[in-house]
Design a protein around this ligand. Structure first.
Ligand SMILES: [Fe+2]
Length: 377
């Protein structure tokens, strides 16, 4: 499996994963033969890379991509309508409403967003439960314009993985994912966020109210448990009491809030933003690592380091002896030792053995988000 920029797609390559656009439409099915003509439609959808199959390595998506594509649509609708149930009811038919209600053991046709969030969180937990421990190294196909919804969904994905690997109960995992989806639901009221610039001091100060506003809104949604809403309130609190809105720290912050805090920071850093350079997975991983016991709870951050690897499949890296390699596959608990394949010798000599190996990696030379950002610029 390798990451291929859309412009570099070769006729006949095989899609390694399904690809959905920002409206939830399936653009490419896993296993499909890629054609050069796809380049235009992919770029029109804001997609600049995809995963193609070269029979080597794999990416751990953990969740069903169809579920995530659908959840993204729900979040878009929720944010745009400020949580109005009427809007979501227009979108879904009787059968779908029945499906959403099934996760809450309710019948009838009265549905609220609480049921819908619970449905998706339950689906995600059943994917998590397919393996005892999960490593998560999937980078989705987001664009700058769609940052808010993708950020919410991806932070919820990471939250789920951490909650699962920490051995939390299913009910806690469902609440953790639900709460992570609610963290930034009031961010859309800050219109300056969409502007292509860094925020002023006053704007930053205003934004510090969003956990409180998101919490208040979450508490009013029928079917949202208090434990899930509390995550929205606490996701910017920090272990050393340096966060907001209340400035609480240590174990005064709930474990689910501590998990969502790390997921939120990590996903924000590895997302392409107009006002700063994107972090490679490795840079973001070290940023979490260097703040253990300062911003982040030690037990949660150590779990993060086992679950989210430093290098992602398809990253081009430099190994200790100066050779260039491609990252093939990660495994849980070994975040710095993925399997790799040498693709270029330091002295440009011929590569005699193409075998897969593990070697000390010195640095990331190319990651997909960096390439994406160059596209956007
Ligand atoms: Fe936030």
């Amino acid at each position: 499996m390798k990451k291929t920029m859309v412009d570099d797609i070769q006729e006949g390559e095989i899609a390694a994963l399904d690809v959905y656009d920002n409206c939830g439409n399936e653009l490419i099915k896993k296993g499909a033969i890629l054609k050069a003509s796809l380049k235009t439609s992919l770029k029109k959808a804001g997609i600049y890379f995809l995963y193609s199959d070269d029979n080597e390595g794999s990416v751990h998506t953990v969740y069903k991509l169809k579920t995530l594509a659908e959840l993204l649509q729900v979040m878009k609708c929720f944010i745009a309508s400020n949580g109005e149930n009427a809007e979501i009811l227009k979108k879904y038919g009787k059968e779908e409403i029945k499906r959403f209600l099934s996760a809450s053991n309710e019948t009838g046709n009265k549905i609220a967003y609480g049921h819908i969030f619970r449905y998706f969180a339950t689906e995600m937990v059943s994917s998590l439960n397919e393996n005892k421990k999960q490593v998560y190294d999937f980078q989705d196909y987001r664009t700058i314009e769609t940052y808010p919804e993708y950020h919410i969904v991806n932070a919820a994905c990471i939250t789920g993985v951490l909650a699962h690997n920490m051995g939390l109960k299913d009910e806690e995992k469902v609440d953790a994912i639900t709460g992570a989806l609610l963290c930034d639901i009031k961010m859309n009221q800050y219109k300056f966020i969409g502007e292509n610039r860094e925020l002023t001091g006053t704007e930053k100060e205003e934004m510090r109210q969003h956990p409180l506003l998101s919490f208040d809104m979450a508490r009013k949604i029928y079917g949202i448990p208090a434990r899930a809403a509390l995550i929205a309130l606490q996701h910017h609190e920090r272990y050393d009491k340096g966060g907001y809105p209340k400035g609480i720290g240590g174990n005064d912050i709930g474990v689910l809030g501590k998990i969502a805090a790390i997921a939120d920071v990590y996903d924000a850093l590895t997302s392409s933003r107009p006002f700063r350079k994107v972090y490679t997975p490795s840079d973001a991983w070290h940023c979490i690592d260097s703040n253990i016991g300062i911003l982040f709870d030690p037990a949660v951050a150590e779990e993060f380091k086992r679950s989210i690897p430093e290098y992602f499949p398809g990253d081009i890296v430099e190994v200790k002896d100066g050779d260039k390699a491609i990252v093939l596959e990660n495994c849980y608990g070994k975040p710095q030792s993925p399997s790799i394949k040498i693709i270029e010798k330091k002295d440009k000599s011929a590569i005699i053995s193409c075998s897969v190996k593990t070697q000390t990696i010195v640095k990331t030379l190319e990651s997909i988000r960096q390439k994406e950002q160059q596209w956007e610029e």
